[in-house]
Design a binder for this molecule. Structure first.
Ligand SMILES: NC(=O)c1ccc[n+]([C@@H]2O[C@H](COP(=O)([O-])OP(=O)(O)OC[C@H]3O[C@@H](n4cnc5c(N)ncnc54)[C@H](OP(=O)(O)O)[C@@H]3O)[C@@H](O)[C@H]2O)c1
Length: 251
């Protein structure tokens, strides 16, 4: 299968300043998209936009909190002002934090985790979908987790939020389908980001052995799945969850 060409596309990657999001932003830029990199930390955002420009791509960074509707409106306005209407969206921002038993979890952490992983994605879709549907052009990927697919060691809040995100993705796919805009989810498992790289080698080896394919995922594994779901090769695929999980989830 040939690599998709995203020339002429304008992409927004939430949480594009680090980890998986940064990998997806770089991969989209390498294939010609003009990429808007989001996060909250301006220095981290600048590292990714600089790297994209260094490799000859076009990119701007926009610091915005994706749990805030006004910030999201600003993100869209700045993307449109710099490049034009957004046609590719990666709703990736989020994260889990350390596992904690449900019986010990406070309501504040529960609400915060749902806000960061589920409400944020709802608000992101609500901000970008209308213009994409109106233009009858574009594709969206949400980044969930295998924690939302089956019980795991993750916290109840994170698992519930990511499970909810998969449902939200299907709902958005259904509502957007008549316009031709597609919405799909990626559910990664343990990915070798900077955070995972700080774990001792023995711990990483042990985690890797828990996967049928006997290795950790790479950011590039998730980016490849995102390129497929955003590109023309998946033009008859919407509302699905693609597990990028080394064979741990087979649904
Ligand atoms: N890494 C894994 O093994 C793994 C596995 C399954 C699923 N996932 C999911 O994949 C996604 C990316 O994970 P990652 O490991 O790459 O995370 P990461 O390295 O911690 O990066 C998270 C990114 O999201 C941004 N972010 C978080 N909350 C935000 C908010 N409210 N507004 C704007 N930006 C926000 C962060 O920016 P700032 O913090 O700088 O603001 C950062 O750019 C997450 O949704 C995570 O749940 C990851």
């Amino acid at each position: 299968m040939s690599e998709p060409d995203f020339s002429g596309h304008i992409a927004v990657v939430t949480g594009g300043s680090r980890g998986i999001g940064a990998g997806i932003a770089m991969a989209l830029a390498r294939r010609g998209a003009q990429v808007v990199v989001n996060g909250r930390d301006t220095a981290a955002i600048a590292r990714v936009t600089d790297a994209i420009r260094d490799q000859g791509g076009r990119s701007i960074g926009v610091a915005a909190d994706v749990t805030d509707e006004d910030d999201l409106a600003q993100l869209r306005a700045q993307a449109e002002a710099a490049f034009g209407p957004v046609s590719l969206l990666v709703a990736n921002a989020g994260g889990g934090g350390a596992p904690e038993p449900l019986t010990q979890m406070g309501a504040e952490r529960w609400r915060g985790t749902l806000e960061a992983n589920l409400t944020s994605a709802f608000l992101t879709l609500k901000t970008f979908l209308p213009t994409m549907m109106e233009a009858r052009r574009g594709a969206i990927v949400t980044v969930a987790s295998t924690a939302g697919r089956q019980a795991s060691g993750a916290s109840a809040a994170y698992a519930a939020a990511k499970s909810g995100l998969l449902s939200l993705t299907r709902q958005a796919a259904t509502e957007a389908a008549p316009s031709g805009v597609r919405v799909n989810a990626i559910a990664p498992s343990s990915i070798l980001t900077d955070r995972m790289a700080t774990q001792p080698e023995t711990v990483r080896q042990q985690i890797a052995q828990g996967f049928p394919l006997r290795r950790l995922g790479e950011v590039e594994d998730v980016a490849a799945a995102a390129l497929f779901l955003l590109g023309p090769s998946s033009s008859w695929i919407t509302g699905v969850t693609l597990d990028v999980a080394g064979g741990r989830v087979m649904l």
